[in-house]
Design a protein around this ligand. Structure first.
Ligand code: NAP
Length: 169
C-alpha cells in the first residue's frame, strides 16, 4: 500500500470551519478528483459527513468510534486507524482497488496519519481564513518538496508534492 495525504490549506494552515470547506476553486476540485478517482480513500467521520454522500468511483474507509454501519455502497466504517489500514490492504490484496490509498482528512486524521505516509499532495491556498480545523503540524521534518506547480487560474495557488525522506542508517 502506498499512503498519501491530499489536503488544501491556507497561509494560516486553515482547512475548514463548521465542518465545511472554506473556499471553492474548481481547478483544485478537479485536481482532487484526478488524484483520488478509482482509489481507496481513508477519512474521518466528520469529513465523510460533510460530503453528504460517497464520491463516485472511490471506496471510502471512514474512521469513527461511534458509527459502525453504512447505508452506502463503497463505504465502510472502522474504529481505529490501524483497522483502516488493514481494510485497505485487504481490498488491495483482493485486486479490487489499486495500491495507492489517499487520506482525505480532516484535521484529526491528517495529524494522526502523517508519519505513516509516503507522499503529501498539498494545495497551498493564498490568504488567511477564520477556521476551526487546521493542517498545523511540521511535516517538513520528515518530507521534502519534490514537485511544485502554479495554478493556471488562481493567482498564488500552488500544488505541491512532498515525498517522505529516506532514513540514512
Ligand atoms: N481543506 C481540505 O483539504 C479538507 C479536507 C478534508 C476535510 N476538511 C475539513 O476538515 C474539517 C473536519 O476535520 P475534523 O478534524 O473536525 O474531523 P475529521 O478528522 O474528519 O473526523 C474526526 C472524527 O474521526 C473519528 N476519529 C478521529 N480519530 C480517531 C481515532 N484515532 N480512532 C477512531 N476514530 C477517530 C471521530 O469520529 P466519531 O466522532 O464518529 O467517533 C472524530 O470525531 C471540516 O471542516 C472539513 O471540511 C478539509
Amino acid at each position: 500500500m502506498i499512503l498519501s495525504q491530499i489536503v488544501a490549506f491556507s497561509e494560516n494552515k486553515a482547512i475548514g470551519c463548521d465542518n465545511k470547506l472554506l473556499w471553492h476553486f474548481s481547478e483544485d476540485l478537479k485536481y482532487f478528483k484526478e488524484k483520488t478517482s478509482g482509489k481507496i480513500l481513508i477519512m474521518g467521520r466528520k469529513t465523510f459527513d460533510s460530503l453528504g454522500k460517497p464520491l463516485p468511483k472511490r471506496f471510502h474507509i471512514v474512521i469513527s468510534r461511534t458509527q459502525k454501519k453504512s447505508d452506502f455502497e463503497n463505504v465502510i466504517y472502522v474504529q481505529t486507524i490501524s483497522e483502516a489500514y488493514s481494510a485497505a490492504e485487504k481490498l488491495i490484496e483482493q485486486n479490487l482497488w489499486p495500491k495507492e490509498v489517499m487520506i482525505c482528512g480532516g484535521a484529526e486524521i491528517y495529524k494522526q496519519t502523517v508519519n505513516d505516509c509516503h507522499f503529501l499532495f498539498l494545495t497551498r491556498i493564498p490568504g488567511h481564513f477564520i477556521a476551526d480545523a487546521f493542517y498545523d503540524f511540521d511535516f517538513a521534518i520528515n518530507f521534502t518538496k519534490t514537485h511544485s506547480t502554479k495554478s493556471e487560474t488562481v493567482p498564488d495557488l500552488i500544488y505541491e508534492i512532498w515525498s517522505k525522506n529516506h532514513k540514512v542508517s
